[in-house]
Design a protein around this ligand. Structure first.
Ligand code: FDM
Ligand code: MG
Length: 225
């Protein structure tokens, strides 16, 4: 037997925050990062799309309406944008860093399928996500169309319109129904910022505490057709 101490460090947690536009994802993610940091956790916050990479710049131009792309083509770019960052996420998590991600494969599949292109089903849209790191939990911030409208209406980017948002809302539910039990937790984001952030903190803390029970970071599998 080696005399070396077999010190195994606990891996970080992989926490995804999802929701429609105006649900408050980004401000809640930043708040959660600061809170966990104050508790002494190593934590990183990233968001998809990551508009800083070469692929991300193509996505940014498309979202701003500066370029036109085939629905399948832009879909695969969004997925490629996750694949190019996936290795870093895995490394951070292996090094004990908790990674909070603002939008992930769920937005990826749902927004593309919501366009109603007959050759771009939810099932088709999910395929390129298979094999990507699977979150330990996905916190879905739920907000009603009325509450979203009260929060300042829509911006100017592609997809920021009512027909698209209502299809996205339905498809998120369809997709979450197909995900493994317990992966997704729903949070009523129509309440005050503080009420929502308290619930998120609790769920994030539970997730971090459960990482040892979950075991190694898992990967996405196919969803039942
Ligand atoms: N979006 C986001 C997609 O269509 N596919 C994806 O894979 C991701 C991550 O991009 F309308 C859409 C969702 C949203 C837009 O996102 C930009 P932000 O979070 O609003 O910047
Ligand atoms: Mg947006």
């Amino acid at each position: 037997m080696s005399e070396r101490t077999n010190f195994t460090q606990t891996r970080g947690a992989f926490i995804v925050v999802e929701g429609l536009d105006r649900a408050g994802k980004s401000s809640q993610c930043e708040h959660l990062r600061d809170y966990l940091q104050e508790l002494g956790h190593a934590v990183k916050y990233i968001r998809f799309p990551d508009r800083t990479t070469a692929i991300g710049k193509l996505i940014d131009g498309y979202l701003r309406g500066q370029s036109q792309l085939d629905d399948h083509s832009i879909h695969l770019l969004f997925s490629a944008n996750r694949w190019e960052i996936a290795r870093l996420i895995e490394e951070d998590i292996a090094n004990g860093i908790t990674v909070i991600v603002d939008r992930y494969s769920y937005s990826g599949a749902v927004y593309s399928a919501a366009k109603g292109n007959p050759s771009l089903s939810l099932d088709w849209a999910w395929q390129p996500e298979i094999g990507l790191p699977r979150p330990d939990t996905c916190l879905f911030l739920r907000i009603s169309p009325g509450e979203a409208a009260k929060r300042g209406g829509f911006g100017v980017e592609r997809y920021e319109n009512e027909p698209m948002q209502s299809r996205v809302r339905e498809l998120f539910q369809t997709l979450f129904d197909l995900q493994p039990n317990g992966d997704t937790q729903f949070i009523d984001a129509g309440r005050s910022f503080q009420e929502v952030s308290e619930e998120i903190r609790g769920k994030a803390a539970d997730c971090i505490a459960r990482v040892g029970i979950i075991g190694p970071l898992r990967k996405f599998a196919s969803i039942p057709a």
